[in-house]
Ligand binder design. Structure first.
Ligand code: IPE
Ligand code: IPE
Ligand code: MG
Length: 252
């Protein structure tokens, strides 16, 4: 168990008034299916193009000095999609892990995965473990990929683990506070997201980082995920810089 090391207001205006980039950007990549449909292509073509957009986003995040990037790739609810699409998506994930990890490792990216990985086959689970292990000493960009992830399930799991710790006498209920609880979440060692970007024009969180998003700035873009480029990432960061974050306090 560990707790977030970042204070809630991690951002400070630098000398000269230049806003630093958000520490942690999270992305709900959406619109692959619509991108494919608009081209009369099968949905898998949209997902494949979406994987290229992931690569561009990682590059953009590194270039912009973002330290943490979290990408929502597959939700716990996405298992409800037709079996052939689930098979296509898990196949693409397997391929992505086999082809991209070496390069991510060489670029200084540290990989983490959050979500219920037990639902994937043993081959994928072992690839996920390897990717985390092989990049554990990297620090240029902390990339977290949410796979089979659902925030409500994450919160319930954390509550269950906390209850067990209390039952076993390892945790004093009187000392159980927000920070302690956050230490039981899958994101225990991560700062909360400062900015959450969702593409495709949908304006919802779809069960993504519900606890962690308490004070995140939300930016919804009309671009479909396969068309997402560095300029869209930059535009979201510009919008973020314009926002006044108050964290419940009075504007300064
Ligand atoms: C996002 O694209 C990728 C996943 C959710 C896996 P979608 O597949 O949701 O695409 P749309 O929303 O149907 O266009
Ligand atoms: C959210 O997209 C999940 C991911 C991006 C992985 P969905 O397309 O599954 O969300 P809904 O169904 O539109 O809410
Ligand atoms: Mg969608």
């Amino acid at each position: 168990m560990s707790t977030s090391t970042y204070p809630i207001a991690a951002r400070r205006t630098q000398p000269g008034g230049i806003e630093p980039p958000p520490v942690h950007v999270a992305v709900i990549m959406d619109g692959n299916g619509r991108w494919a449909a608009a081209r009369h292509l099968p949905r898998i073509a949209g997902h494949r193009e979406g994987a290229r957009a992931v690569r561009r986003t990682i590059e953009a995040a590194i270039r912009q000095g973002v330290e943490w990037l979290t990408i929502y790739a597959f939700s716990s609810e996405n298992w409800r999609r037709p079996a052939d699409e689930v098979l296509d998506l898990t196949g693409l994930l397997r391929q992505y892990l086999r082809t991209e990890i070496a390069e991510l490792k060489a670029s200084g990216v540290r990989l983490r995965f959050i979500g219920d990985r037990c639902r994937f086959d043993n081959g994928i689970q072992s690839d996920l473990r390897d990717a985390e292990r092989h990049t554990t000493h990297n620090s240029r960009l902390n990339l977290t990929i949410a796979l089979s992830y659902g925030a409500r399930a994450e919160i319930v799991e954390a509550a269950r683990a906390a209850a067990a710790a209390i039952r076993d006498g390892l945790l004093d209920p009187a000392k159980f506070d927000e920070q302690v609880f956050a230490g039981f979440l899958a994101t225990a060692e991560m700062p909360d997201p400062d900015l959450i970007i969702r593409t495709s024009g949908e304006r919802r969180l779809s069960n993504f980082l519900l606890w962690q998003a308490a004070y995140a700035e939300l930016v919804f873009l009309d671009v479909l995920w396969p068309d997402f480029k560095a300029e869209h990432f930059a535009a979201a960061l510009t919008e973020f810089a314009r926002r006044e974050r108050r964290f419940g306090a009075r504007p300064g």
